[in-house]
Design a binder for this molecule. Sequence first.
Ligand code: HEC
Ligand code: HEC
Ligand code: HEC
Ligand code: HEC
Length: 144
Amino acid sequence: MRTGYELLVGALLFALASSAYAQHSYIGAEKCKMCHKVQYDSWLATKHAKATETAKASTRWKFDASCLSCHATNKDEALAGVQCEACHGPGSDYRAMSIMKDREKAIANGLIVPTQETCNGCHDGKDHHKPVTFDRDLVHARKK
Ligand code: HEC
Ligand code: HEC
Ligand code: HEC
Ligand code: HEC
């Protein structure tokens, strides 16, 4: 039997954990498009946008769920391709205009400004996952 004290401590820890590590969720690239059409359209033309299809169509390696960690967003086939959020973080909490227009607030709400480390997560230099040198102009066009 748990004592009342143990239950209270448990509840407090749970409350702390849920506030400090609030899980941001994925909303999909279509939701970013309305405000970032230039980036969206140019991203759509890159291999990242088709990464799930490419892996599934491979004749060199047999497709299975393990491919999705790099060939999809959040390992989720429903979020096909290496989408915006695979590099910029899940957008549920930063997508609102009031937050997006304030860079610090956006970052506090889960926005990631990608660096070489972000690329290394998938371009890890093992097997066919060749390393890539960080270059922002390889991933999509800049705004305007
Ligand atoms: C309601 C409009 C809106 C939506 C939806 C939106 N954004 Fe933004 N975003 C903005 C505005 C405004 C800025 C600040 C000005 C700018 O850079 O265009 C911004 C800035 C950014 C920046 C630049 C941050 C920096 O300063 O380096 C990134 C990256 C970004 N958004 C990614 C996304 C992603 C990814 C999504 C979808 C998950 C998204 N945005 C959805 C409006 C939006
Ligand atoms: C650790 C991340 C990672 C995993 C896991 C992964 N890939 Fe890849 N894959 C990559 C990267 C990065 C590239 C791009 C390499 C380049 O061209 O620089 C790539 C490219 C490819 C390509 C196109 C290029 C080529 O050489 O034909 C195919 C097809 C492919 N992967 C299939 C798969 C399949 C199938 C699986 C699962 C069995 C898989 N990958 C698992 C990261 C990964
Ligand atoms: C979530 C995993 C993931 C992340 C993060 C990621 N990539 Fe990729 N990248 C891939 C996969 C998978 C492919 C292969 C897609 C295909 O061929 O269908 C790829 C392909 C590419 C290619 C095309 C290579 C070719 O053969 O033409 C370039 C360039 C590239 N990535 C650059 C980058 C850069 C720069 C970053 C960091 C800013 C980055 N990637 C972050 C998974 C990722
Ligand atoms: C493979 C990684 C990757 C993907 C996928 C990606 N981005 Fe980016 N994005 C970057 C990098 C890298 C930068 C430049 C960061 C820096 O150094 O300021 C950037 C910058 C931005 C900016 C800042 C304004 C600008 O154009 O420079 C916006 C807005 C943005 N991305 C939106 C998006 C949206 C929307 C998508 C999906 C349609 C997307 N990104 C997909 C890596 C990525």
